[in-house]
Ligand binder design. Sequence first.
Ligand code: HEC
Length: 233
Amino acid sequence: MKSSRSLPRVRRRSRENTSERRPQGPTRIDTCRRRRAWLLAFAAAAALTSACRQDMHNQPKYIPLRDSAFFPNGSSARPLVEDTVARGTLEEDEEFFTGKSGGAAVTTMPFPLTKEVLDRGEQRFNIFCSPCHDTAGTGQGMIVRRGYRQPPTFHSDRLRQAPIGHFFDVITNGFGAMPDYRAQVAPRDRWAIAAYVRALQLSQHATAAELPAEDRQKLAQPPGRPAEGAAKH
Ligand code: HEC
């Protein structure tokens, strides 16, 4: 009880001290000493704890691909287990990813052919193939005109009869002097291009019976004279 009564008095006195005699006096020196002691304690604690952290930093661990005396092949990196497949890269569908079935080129698309797929194929063909094969597929692309080896035209009987899987395979793996486009063109786009090559072939080699009725009528017109109403267009 006695000490609790004396405490407020001490506090009051110290407040008086600070307001009246701030510039000099023993109070200020005491505070400095106390502060210095705290700083020293803090520095010692920091030095001790940082020493612990350093120990954790210097772990006996391997950095990837560093040499190793422990493993027989002398490398810290372990080879992948055979037949390991990275997540999301399992290419199970043989026809879709190779254009082949049991080693033979497939004769049909592995997914339905729509106008969108064909449009996409046209766009991709004009970007990736026309520099050499030209936009009609005759093999007179700009790079060829500057000296690159001339590819065969797509409008030969041999390539007209080639199964669509052959075109997918040529794009995927290259063919003779032609580089492969596996890395640049995704599998679905390769199929779209193959379908567009088929459309190009048809554009140069269709029988009258394959034309829509409207176009067949135009064929009946004498050459040189546009059909009625055609002048408006
Ligand atoms: C850098 C030029 C170049 C580009 C680009 C190119 N090709 Fe070729 N392509 C060639 C050459 C050259 C050949 C002939 C290769 C040979 O016979 O050695 C060829 C051959 C072909 C053949 C014929 C294969 C056969 O059975 O004879 C096809 C089909 C073909 N290319 C499709 C494509 C498609 C589709 C693309 C676009 C994805 C493409 N090429 C892009 C240069 C090119």
